[in-house]
Design a protein around this ligand. Structure first.
Ligand code: NAP
Length: 264
């Protein structure tokens, strides 16, 4: 019988994870089956336990359960501890991990060919996604990290946890410029953009939106400012590859999967 894995969230019907992991399994010859579980909002732990008891080996965790997933096990990776959230559970060894940060860094440096070392980076948002990537961005050697958020105190609180980073509101960005701007807000899902002052996005900027599969106002603004732009599909594939490695000890090639998803 194939080893069983799944993505768990609410909602989860839209998730591309099953097709990504099916491609990884085919390409690496790993015998796995990967499904979807929509857990009730008040029933995450029960749904995980049901899947584990039925032989499930691992889960990817998506909104809104990443914080709950982290709280499930005592054994967690350093990157999950820093994020205070888990997107990967190895049920067979009661282990929680978070692969979002390394996924973002690999997409920017590998797929997009944009070095991070020594760069000035602006991170928009201070929610779960922003929190998950700060550690990996700093580890990648960025020179200066500014975190801006609508609720300013959340940006300040997040920045206070990381030496050398600064938290602020959007108004404080006026007159500033950055090499890379990562939009880790969910504004794009509501067809909105974080209120960036004019001039923050310019011809020299890489503008990266973690949201994927739609033309967000942030990406449209980046393009009209002449900036290079990228959505979060590559991050999705790279974080999945790292999860696959955590579970199976084999690292799948990501480029063919990303190209296939972009083609579709
Ligand atoms: P979250 O915890 O709910 O945080 C949402 C963030 O967006 C908060 O900082 C919030 O600001 C901000 N925000 C929401 N609407 C806004 C608006 N209209 N203007 C300005 N800021 C706004 O969500 P999350 O877990 O961090 O996820 C954020 C996004 O990242 C989601 O869209 C998710 O799909 C995406 N994501 C992508 C990947 C990938 O692999 N590509 C991985 C993880 C997440 P306040 O604090 O002021 O409310």
């Amino acid at each position: 019988m194939s080893d069983r894995y799944a993505v768990i969230g609410n909602p989860v019907a839209h998730s591309k994870s099953p097709s990504i992991h099916a491609e990884f399994a085919r390409a690496t010859g790993q015998d796995i089956e990967y499904g979807r579980i929509e857990a009730p909002l008040d029933g995450f732990a029960r749904a995980v336990e049901r899947f584990r008891a039925a032989g499930g080996k691992g889960l990817n965790v998506t909104l809104p359960f990443k914080q709950e997933a982290f709280a499930l096990y005592r054994d967690a990776s350093d990157r999950a501890r820093v994020a205070k959230a888990a997107n990967t559970l190895a049920l067979d060894r009661s282990f929680a991990d978070n692969t979002d940060g390394v996924g973002l860094v690999r997409d920017i440096t590998g797929n997009l060919g944009q070095p991070l070392k020594g760069k000035r980076l602006l991170l928009l948002g201070a929610g779960g996604a922003a929190q998950a990537v700060v550690g990996a961005l700093l580890d990648a050697g960025i020179a200066q990290l500014t975190i801006a958020n609508r609720t300013v105190q959340r940006a300040r609180d997040l920045a206070a946890r990381f030496a050398g980073s600064l938290g602020c509101g959007y108004d404080a960005l006026a007159g500033k410029s950055f090499d890379i701007v990562v939009n880790a807000t969910s504004a794009g899902l509501a067809d909105e953009s974080p209120p960036l002052p004019a001039g923050v996005l310019g011809r020299h900027t890489l503008a990266y939106d973690m949201v994927y599969g739609r033309e967000t106002p942030f990406l449209a603004a980046a393009r009209s400012a002449g900036a290079r732009s990228a959505d979060g599909l590559g991050m999705l594939v790279e974080q999945a590859a790292e999860s696959f490695f955590v579970w199976r000890g084999v690292f799948p090639a990501t480029r063919p999967v990303l190209e296939k998803l972009r083609g579709a």
